[in-house]
Write a protein that binds this ligand. Structure first.
Ligand SMILES: [Zn+2]
Length: 223
């Protein structure tokens, strides 16, 4: 959707994998920083902090999983998984189960909160679903993760990715990131500002992504 990608397979949805770590762009998209109070711990967790929940999306919510990754959360999506396996996987991994199937929430481990879950209303677009989840859980928009797999992104020196991206891309861009999990090389695309703004607006929550801080030590820019 918003940025270019290289080194991976075809991106299944939204026309291109995304990801961008650009602080300035993120700042543009930030909703009021002191907007909705984060539900966890009373304070916005640090970027990449342990407080950030990870998610498991049901078979109908593949688009949502990608947008949650774009919002900086590790979201897992298993195509075709049945409800029983889905719930077991959520329990095993400690992920918050997201489903639009009300029947799933009748299961005992969800009723007893042994598995955390959130019902996502039907009829919403993926961006609206993501906004709903962030709002319901009081979560901020963070620096994006790899939208293909949910892996964390690490700033990659241009010289290290030159062979992995088209020459025209290397000519036009100076900032690149590599997914720690799937190895995709990403760069910021022209739609990123709008995407981040749309996501933050849909969520109606604060964003922890701020301009600033240049990448340090080969890691993502801090919040
Ligand atoms: Zn990845």
């Amino acid at each position: 959707m918003l940025v270019g990608e290289a080194g991976g397979g075809a991106d299944p949805a939204q026309g291109g994998t995304a990801s961008a770590q650009d602080g300035a762009a993120a700042q543009d998209g930030a909703a009021a920083q002191d907007g909705a109070a984060p539900a966890q711990d009373g304070a916005a967790p640090a970027q990449g902090g342990a407080a950030a929940p990870s998610f498991l999306c049901d078979a109908m919510l593949g688009g949502l999983s990608r947008w949650l990754r774009g919002a900086g959360y590790d979201a897992m999506f298993e195509h075709g998984i049945d409800d029983g396996d889905l719930v077991r996987l959520a329990q095993q991994t400690g992920r918050v189960l997201l489903s639009s199937d009300a029947g799933v929430f009748e299961r005992r481990c969800l009723r007893t909160a042994a598995v955390r879950g959130l019902y996502v209303p039907r009829g919403l677009r993926p961006t609206e679903q993501a906004g709903f989840v962030l709002r319901e859980l009081g979560l901020p928009v963070r620096d994006p993760r790899c939208m293909a797999c949910g892996g964390a992104l690490t700033a990659a020196p241009k010289d290290s990715v030159r062979d992995a991206v088209p020459a025209v891309v290397a000519d036009r861009h100076d900032e690149f990131w590599r997914c720690d999990r799937c190895g995709k090389v990403l760069w910021k695309g022209s739609h990123w500002d709008g995407i981040v703004a749309g996501l933050a607006a849909a969520a109606g929550v604060a964003s922890t992504t701020e301009a600033a801080a240049p990448p340090a030590g080969g890691r993502k820019p801090p919040p």
